[in-house]
Design a protein around this ligand. Sequence first.
Ligand code: FNR
Length: 371
Amino acid sequence: PPLSEILNLHDFEAIAKYTMPEKAWAYYSSAADDEITNRENHAAFHRIWFRPRILKDVTKVNWSTTILGQKSSMPLYITATALGKLGHPDGELNLTRAAAKHGIIQMIPTLASCSFDEIMDAAAPDQVQFFQLYVNKDREITKRIVRHAEQRGIKGLFITVDAPQLGRREKDMRQKFEAEDPSEVSKADQGGIDRSQGAARAISSFIDPGLNWSDMAWFKSITKMPLILKGVQCWEDALEAYDIGLSGVVLSNHGGRQLDFARSGLEVLVEVTTKLKEKRGLSFPNEKFQLFIDGGVRRATDVMKAVALGATAVGVGRPFLYAYSAYGPEGIDQALQILHDEFEMNMRLLGARSIKEVVPEMVDSSNIHLH
Ligand code: FNR
């Protein structure tokens, strides 16, 4: 169907499934084991209901915000997803250009298909970018990557902590990995590459399962960029991240691709804000320690629920991959326009004129259990 008939982010997935190369679909859509967490990422949003306010003069509504001190036209960023070229020859550059056009932030993955410098070179002047880091067993390599990212102006370093080993994504494992672009292999090939079990396994063998809390002091010693842990899944770890002086955490289960039966970021958000208030007197959203979630976000209303519950912003992954895989750059442009339109309407209907007015009283979260 023509792009004009695409009305929401779910539509891109439905089209992409039938138009994308099979290997790309397998890698992008797959999740761990029985994919229960992947489904839960969507289901969790269904447990939160709105409590809108009326008669607020919502002629003008504004859903822009700041993330780690950087301007964003929406409380939403493009999260890191590896191997962008599986779905389209321009890969991550589609995301870079669309992010510039729509004033949002892209998180560049360690395992991008395009090289880091290629992506930075494609960015608009002053375009804000974050970087997602997989920590290499060889810390010298990691140090070089981190320093280079900082030097090129990256404004936030998101260290992935939920993937000491890649999850079992069986849909992907049934495919054989053949990197068309040799750079994909050279980046990942640090000790033999196993091509027999899908893309994810082929590219991930360098990741260090020995990464631990004591490494965080080392990261602070090698960079001034804000450090954020991506993949925190309980309040105890969020508290630890706060106590050691990190800038925030992404409550995430990696799009359901790692530990199956991990809870959704939305669910974890409720316990994190509750416990950090109780233990450290923090309120959210908080400038000094920012909370993010990702997983299953498909509508502006999903984003607004997370913001109401204390998130600074949320990450969106698969929908943008599907959008550009199915329709090229115009697809992701349309995806972001749809989100802007959804924000405008739903902010009005909620009775919130700005993101600051999207407050906890505007949601009923009583269906979320505290742990
Ligand atoms: C990911 N994700 C991810 N995360 C990360 O830290 N490093 C990575 O290289 C990748 N790669 C990756 C590839 C693909 C194809 C997907 C779908 C996801 C996880 C990603 O950042 C995020 O947590 C989820 O994608 C969010 O869920 P949704 O929006 O895809 O439902």
